[in-house]
Design a binder for this molecule. Structure first.
Ligand code: AMP
Length: 400
């Protein structure tokens, strides 16, 4: 990670306070209990590393969408309790403190080795507008800033970007892992690289597809979006999910792929059905064989095998989106076969396999392949923007 300053570069932090942006936007039930502590445990390596260096640690995070107002149900108080259990130490919650004088006094009153959690950053009207006055108040809380929330790094908010300009800024351990994994998948990958892009629509992934064709050796398209590619090639797709208006965009993507020597891999057989429901009667069709009253809900077995073969001949796989309507059996088959294939190759050390974005994590979990991937990003929007080749403000602020 030559480009980014990490906690290891921060030196001894005795007597110093570290302000750490974490992702504590955890799922919570109606009783205010955290139902999945993955994001809390993800913060442990950073918090422990800073404590070992002698720091006082003040954590800040957003929770929900209170839109600049204090919404008591969106307080981070229950999260402080949950994080305390995960950490095995008390976590001092800066209740009703905001980020102004009261917050400064609260943080000052704690000692080295203490862990503090500030209140929801999005209670502040200046958070999402990246108000310099709020960033300044945040910076006054600490001596250094650490960003460990890749998932929020695509937003230029006061807690992710503004404050990073005002203090020595470092990538936390989770952020570091995310950045180095993404770099290994798309920044500086070992070639050949296969990108697998599935999901519902081309329209939501135009920038992503355009960026990938210039970077990867093979772009495998699946899911509903493959139908638009198939349609653009003049092949009938019946009543499949398809965006005919985007045929021109598909042609542009195909031309850009040709110019940069990227092979576009489309399904060579499809699983078709007349009804959009689980276990609906279905059959495997060849291109040109889809009837008007049929829809394609998955790639066929030959397509799944062809994709696994391509991945086996590659060194790096980057994956976003399912290859079919994977929530409904048996239309999960291609996604499951390909995900298992990628997982096995990664587990055997033959490829680096990185995946991320929204439904992808659910699809790989469903396939039982997630643990075998080299790295799975749980960031949704930030992962997609990074795959689109966009600069993420919260990451840029950490560059050396
Ligand atoms: P996205 O959010 O763009 O990644 O799309 C994911 C959604 O696309 C999932 O809910 C899938 O069920 C859906 N999907 C994938 N393939 C198809 C298809 N052939 N027809 C309809 N929906 C699909």
């Amino acid at each position: 990670m030559p480009d980014f300053k990490t906690i290891d570069d921060a030196g001894d932090l005795t007597g110093k306070t570290a302000l750490v942006r974490v992702d504590f936007n955890v799922p919570m039930n109606e009783a205010g209990e955290v139902t999945d502590d993955t994001r809390l445990t993800a913060a442990l390596p950073t918090v422990n590393a800073l404590l070992e260096k002698g720091a006082k640690v003040a954590l800040m995070a957003h929770f929900g969408r209170p839109k600049g107002k204090v919404v008591p149900e969106m307080s981070l108080k229950p999260v402080a309790e949950a994080f305390s259990k995960v950490l095995g130490e008390p976590v001092f919650f800066a209740e009703n403190c905001g980020f102004h004088e009261k917050a400064h006094a609260f943080v000052d009153s704690r000692s080295a080795g203490d862990v503090i959690l500030m209140e929801n950053t999005r209670f502040e009207p200046g958070e999402e507008t990246n108000d310099p006055a709020l960033a300044k108040d945040m910076a006054k809380l600490a001596d250094i800033y650490v960003n460990d929330a890749f998932s929020a790094a695509h937003r230029a908010h006061a807690s992710t970007e503004g404050v990073a300009q005002l203090l020595p800024a470092y990538a936390g351990k989770s952020m570091e892992k995310e950045l180095s994994s993404l770099d290994a998948a798309l920044g500086n990958p070992v070639r050949p690289v296969v990108a697998v892009v599935g999901g519902a629509k081309v329209s939501s992934k135009i920038d992503l597809l355009k960026n990938l064709v210039g970077k990867v050796d093979v772009l495998a398209i699946g899911g509903g979006m493959a139908n638009t590619f198939i349609f653009a090639d003049g092949v009938a797709v019946g009543k499949s999910l398809c965006e005919p208006d985007l045929a021109g965009t598909v042609k542009e993507i195909q031309a850009a792929a040709k110019a940069s020597g990227c092979e576009i891999l489309l399904p060579v057989d499809y699983v078709c059905t007349k009804e959009f429901k689980a276990n609906a009667a279905n059959r495997v069709c060849k291109p040109g064989d889809v009837a008007d009253d049929e829809m394609i809900l998955d790639a066929g077995p030959q397509s799944a095998k062809a994709l696994v073969d391509k991945m086996a001949a590659s060194k790096t796989v980057i994956w976003n989106g399912p290859l079919g309507a994977f929530e409904m059996e048996p239309f999960d088959a291609a996604t499951v076969t390909a995900a298992k294939g990628a997982g096995e190759l990664a587990k055997a050390g033959k490829i680096t396999a990185v995946a991320g974005g929204g439904d992808t994590v659910a699809a790989l979990n469903h396939a039982g392949a997630a643990d075998d991937f080299t790295f799975i990003s749980t960031a949704g929007g930030a992962f997609l923007e990074w795959m689109e080749g966009k600069a993420l403000p919260g990451v840029e602020a950490l560059r050396k």
